[in-house]
Write a protein that binds this ligand. Structure first.
Ligand code: 4AD
Length: 465
């Protein structure tokens, strides 16, 4: 009751407060500012002192409320996750302050307003690491406000920017292929694991349509118009996996290049990984610091990456006694499952380009090796801790050979007229790659779960929130 009677008001004789974001504190030292954000943490010391750790997405700022400011009804009942407007002077924290990091500031508040409160009890019960995984995923809209998850999301934003920057710096053109597609691509087209139907079906004005599994075929059709091209686009896979590595909807970074050789393609893959990592570790990139906070062991891998042929992988698995579930060894006829690949990559513990897959385990469009038509000019990039993060290949560029490949995989060629036409109108040697952003992030940030690299994960049986 007493607190309800306490009213505070802004002292109009003070300098006008400039609206700033927390990240801009340094430039506004000793100036009066207005900052809006959410109460990340709260600490009360008696009635006369209230510390708010304010969060505005750009950073965190300790804000000090004293005397009347901390005695109002709103101050006494303030909860974490409430939104507030704070006015006051930004001061550099004195040396030796508790928990002080370089460049840390605090806001000495002279007036404040509550914008919207939040339920008492806060969000701790949701953010509690011991709470059930599904409960956490149901409440992901709250979980993303937490320190660790928001860090991962910021890093994801940074890495996406750097990936785009890399492609633009190399002169590749960005395009936006469609997500709704007509071509029924059976499992063998992209899903080399052949786990049932891997396509999501939908109604398109009364007709059947599908969500794209890869923009590759479209990119191939664009090279004759724009040259080297790339896209950052969602891909969808309906495979019935529930693993730490599979999403039903993932962010696919794909690129396609005309007039290249398989050797050029391998170099472009190394260039992509090394250049993005170098951009992260570049001291001029302040956001790179964030990656080190999440994964202190992050390093740019050395070029050239280790290369192994599929045949050598089969031999490695044999030599290391890694067997199929039925107890026998893998042969060239087998599609090595990701789990076996992961055991190998974790033992070898450096990036590996696995090359020359047998034609049976790769999609219809994959070019055969000139020295062995049973093998293909294809490559997967495996990373320690994660496994495959990228798939790439040279594509069949001969029209008759492509039509034969369609028929071999029992695909009706007529729906692909626009794809085959490419081989009629000035065909050329070409190839490209597809990198899974979330898997790349798992490796960069050393995450165990792909869901941690994703804003709102779509996984088996889950499409909320
Ligand atoms: O190996 P994939 O299936 O290759 C393609 O789709 C080619 N058409 C790409 C191209 O050449 N343009 O997929 C490429 C990458 C994988 O290495 C993996 O990183 C990611 O996409 N990926 C997935 N990520 C998360 N969840 C899934 N279910 C994924 N399926 C593929």
């Amino acid at each position: 009751e007493e607190a309800r009677r306490i009213k505070i008001s802004e002292d109009k004789t003070l300098p006008t407060a400039k609206v700033i974001k927390i990240k801009d504190s340094t430039e506004h030292r000793e100036r009066r500012v207005k900052i809006q954000g959410w109460v990340h943490h709260l600490r009360r010391e008696g009635k006369k002192l209230l510390f708010i750790q304010l969060r505005d997405g750009t950073g965190y700022l300790q804000c000090v409320l004293t005397n009347l400011l901390s005695s109002t009804y709103e101050a006494i009942t303030l909860t974490t996750e409430s939104s507030v407007t704070l006015f006051g002077k930004v001061m550099e924290l004195p040396p030796g302050s508790h928990h002080k990091a370089p460049g840390d500031h605090e806001l000495i508040v002279d007036y404040w307003e509550l914008i919207c409160g939040a339920p008492s009890g806060g969000t701790y019960y949701i953010l509690d690491k011991k709470s059930n995984v599904d409960f956490q995923l149901d409440n992901r809209h709250i979980v993303i406000r937490g320190t660790n998850t928001s860090k991962n999301l910021k890093a994801a934003s940074l890495v996406t920017q750097l990936i785009r920057e890399h492609h633009l710096d190399r002169g590749y053109m960005e395009v936006h292929p469609p997500c709704i597609v007509q071509t029924k691509t059976e499992s063998s087209l992209f899903d080399s694991n052949k786990i049932g139907s891997s396509l999501f079906e939908l109604q398109y004005y009364g007709k059947k349509a599908y969500l794209t599994q890869s923009s590759q075929l479209y990119l191939e059709s664009v090279i004759a118009a724009l040259g080297d091209v790339f896209c950052i686009q969602k891909s969808f896979r309906a495979g019935k996996f529930r693993t730490s590595y599979h999403l039903s909807e993932f962010t696919h970074i794909e690129a396609e290049f005309p007039f290249i050789t398989f050797k050029n393609l391998l170099e472009k893959i190394e260039d992509l990984v090394v250049s993005v990592c170098d951009r992260i570790t570049n001291p001029n990139n302040p956001l790179g610091q964030l990656v080190f906070e999440i994964n202190p062991d992050f390093r740019t891998p050395r070029r050239p990456f280790k290369r192994m042929s599929y045949t050598e992988v089969i031999q490695y698995l044999k030599d290391n006694n890694i067997k199929k579930i039925n107890g026998t060894f893998y042969t060239l006829e087998d599609d090595i499952p990701e789990s076996a690949e992961r055991t190998m990559i974790n033992k070898i513990n450096e990036p590996i380009l696995v090359c020359r897959f047998p034609k049976g385990v790769k999609p219809f469009y994959t070019k055969k090796c000139s020295d062995d038509p049973q093998l293909t000019e294809s490559v997967d990039l495996l990373m320690p801790g994660v496994g495959e993060i990228l798939g790439a290949s040279m594509r069949i560029d001969n029209y008759d050979e492509l039509i034969k490949a369609f028929i071999e995989k029992e695909i009706e060629p007529s729906t692909y007229y626009w794809y085959s036409d490419q081989r009629k109108f000035g065909s050329c040697a070409h190839g490209g790659y597809g990198l899974g952003l979330e898997r790349f992030l798992m490796w960069i940030l050393n995450l165990d779960q792909i869901c941690d690299a994703c804003l709102y994960p779509r996984i088996l049986d889950r499409y909320k929130p």
